[in-house]
Design a protein around this ligand. Structure first.
Ligand SMILES: *Cc1c(COP(=O)(O)O)cnc(C)c1O
Length: 230
């Protein structure tokens, strides 16, 4: 049996130490529960343990959970999975922050749908930091162009960058990718004279490294909720 409360406390402890290493406090880090495929009962357990940020991957699955958990009105719902353009309408309706903007047509659609409901949609740009064929995310070489494009979209607000580094058994291998994402963010901030508060990076196996390298949002699934049942 997974004990979500114990898991959450262990995660907070690790996050706190890593935050300290990077000269920050635990309160400056958002622990996001990556809850894809997990039943709402487990989400409630995590909520009761103190978790307030949940990240879902699929829009349809998320909507069902959001509707079921309506009474938990202080939950922050984020979309962390790749987004199909034809789901943009629903994504804008349901999510406070979308982590996976990675192409211009999606920016157009999100902007249009947000405008329709008078919302400014918070987004992160997902960067394919390992330049892998199989991954979502904009290629680092095309980041500046997409960033400028989204910056000029009135109903989008870019809050930062997100990445999923190539999988590795050794979590230290993630460190240079996390550092690279931080550098890309800093470069955009100075080139466009904007403030980008967020770096969404780090998962169950490497979130401590991500925090050391400047993550402000870590997305934790298995370590919090236990194995997923696909
Ligand atoms: C599933 C998922 C996570 C969490 O993965 P774990 O290894 O289970 O912590 C984080 N980010 C994204 C985008 C995911 O799809």
């Amino acid at each position: 049996m997974v004990n979500i409360k114990d898991n959450f406390e262990k995660i907070l402890e690790i996050a706190s130490k890593s935050a300290e290493k990077s000269g920050r406090k635990l309160e400056e880090i958002i622990i996001l529960g990556a809850s894809k495929t997990q039943p709402v009962e487990k989400l409630i357990k995590a909520y009761e343990a103190g978790l307030r940020y949940f990240g879902e991957n699929r829009v349809q699955e998320a909507i069902e959970k959001i509707e079921k958990l309506k009474e938990y009105s202080d939950i922050h719902w984020h979309l962390i999975g790749g987004l199909q353009t034809n789901k943009a309408k629903y994504a804008v309706k349901y999510f406070e922050l979308i982590h996976s903007l990675d192409r211009k047509p999606l920016a157009d659609e999100l902007n249009k749908r947000a405008k329709k409901i008078n919302k400014v949609q918070n987004v992160l740009i997902e960067v394919n930091i390992g330049e892998e064929d199989t991954k979502y995310g904009v290629h680092p070489d095309n980041l500046k162009e997409l960033f400028e494009y989204a910056l000029n979209s009135e109903n989008l607000k870019i809050l930062g960058l997100m990445c999923i580094p190539p999988y590795s058994e050794n979590k230290e291998n993630s460190r240079p990718y996390f550092a690279k994402l931080r550098e890309l963010k800093q470069k955009l901030e100075s080139e466009f004279r904007v403030n980008l508060p967020h770096l969404s990076m780090g998962m169950s196996n490497d979130f401590n490294i991500a925090i050391e390298e400047g993550a402000t949002i870590v997305r934790i699934g298995t370590l919090l909720f236990g194995e997923r049942n696909y």
